[in-house]
Design a binder for this molecule. Structure first.
Ligand code: SAH
Ligand code: SF4
Length: 357
């Protein structure tokens, strides 16, 4: 009814009837412009306004003529995330809780380091994968994020901080490859040099191991990214218990997918390994990991477990972390121990959201 009245009045249709532009790729923006009677290059200009300048109002798009700007305002919207809460850690990590249009919330963590500003992006509200050590798992999956909501996290952080993000990692809430289509679109926008323009090596997709989707991502033409897999165990028995996805796609299949990535994409992948005290951090685990990865070109990130109140796990002892690292180094791997960041602001996956409700 409202729609009919606004059409008669010649007014702006309700937002639901308009197309949300944030999250569209350059090709999609071009198609959109053409479909609305504009010249194709308007798509490119729109992409630059949306993603380079973070514009949220058509009126500011000064190289687009008034007629087209008015048309755009009638048929399109540009959404923006609103920040509901922000926390700053003494180590410089900043954590944002963003409200989505439906009032659901997601977290985004900014990790400033000397030469880079890494943003940890969420891809879903909650997560369906059920990993026993992860707080996001306990929330279950509420819904997937749209590409606009994924890219919108980066734009909102740049707007709030006044500084450009240099690296994006899909390591916030959610399993990126469970939300394949929207994540692919977000990766395209992040790496398009006419859009956000991060180099592909600086956009890392992390997965708990949805093996068929890893192969789909490797095969996706024109989608450039770095791959990280969260291995987190060296036997299927332990991984089955920690990460239910392993019961469908066991360790051997996951490692083959990582090999396929480095072969097809001619790049090193990353292996993420959360160290849980007494569970997967033994000397035997370190040796097994070295053996498992011997044919894979990869770097290993060891992540000391960040304790989650209701999970039955403990952080590893400092000596266990060090001997694990030494064993891998001695076998010729490049190994990094992730510094625990933002512990005073609950920067582990899902923690700020849970504290806020
Ligand atoms: N779902 C994807 C990406 C988000 S989780 C994935 O699982 O890869 C990002 C990383 O955080 C994963 O490597 C995961 O194993 C790790 N992680 C989850 N909970 C953690 C915790 N409490 N402490 C340390 N790392 C954790
Ligand atoms: Fe989901 Fe990753 Fe957490 Fe597992 S570790 S529940 S896949 S967010």
């Amino acid at each position: 009814m409202n729609l009919a009245i606004s059409e008669i009045d010649g007014g702006v249709p309700p937002a639901a009837a308009r197309t949300e532009l944030l999250g569209l790729t350059r090709d999609e923006l071009t198609a959109f412009a053409v479909a609305h009677g504009m010249r194709p290059f308007r798509g490119q200009q729109l992409g630059e306004w949306l993603y380079r300048h973070g514009a949220s109002d058509f009126a500011t798009m000064t190289n687009i003529n008034g007629v087209d700007r008015a048309r755009l305002a009638e048929v399109a919207t540009i959404s923006a995330l609103t920040v509901r809460r922000e926390e700053r850690s003494s180590d410089g990590t900043r954590k944002f809780l963003f409200a989505l249009a439906d009032h659901r919330t997601v977290e985004t963590v900014l990790i400033p380091e000397e030469e880079r500003r890494t943003l940890c992006l969420s891809t879903q509200v909650g997560c369906a994968m059920g990993c026993g050590f992860c707080l996001t798992a306990q929330q279950g999956l509420e819904r997937h994020l749209t590409a606009g909501e994924i890219v919108g996290q980066l734009l909102a952080v740049q707007r709030l901080t006044g500084e450009r993000v240099t690296n994006a990692v899909f390591m916030g809430m959610g399993e990126p490859l469970h939300n394949f289509e929207q994540v692919v679109r977000a990766v395209q926008v992040l790496t398009d040099d006419r859009a956000i323009g991060l180099s592909a090596r600086r956009v890392t997709v992390s997965t708990s191991g949805l093996v068929p989707r890893i192969h789909d991502l490797i095969a996706a033409k024109g989608v450039r990214f770095a791959l990280a897999v969260s291995l987190n165990a060296t036997t299927d028995a332990v991984r089955d218990a920690l990460m239910p996805v392993n019961r469908r796609y066991p360790i051997r299949d996951l490692i083959s997918a990582l090999e396929a990535y480095s072969r097809e994409r001619r790049d090193m992948g990353f292996v993420e390994y959360v160290l849980l005290g007494g569970v997967n951090d033994t000397v035997a685990d370190a040796h097994r990991l070295a053996t498992l990865l011997r044919r894979v070109r990869c770097k290993i990130n060891l992540i000391p477990y960040n304790a989650v109140a209701s999970a039955p796990y403990a952080p590893p002892a400092a000596e266990a972390v060090e001997s694990f690292r030494q064993i891998l180094l001695a076998q010729g791997y490049s190994v990094f121990v992730r510094k625990p960041r933002g512990q005073d602001i609950r920067a582990a996956c899902g923690q700020l959201r849970q504290a806020t409700g």
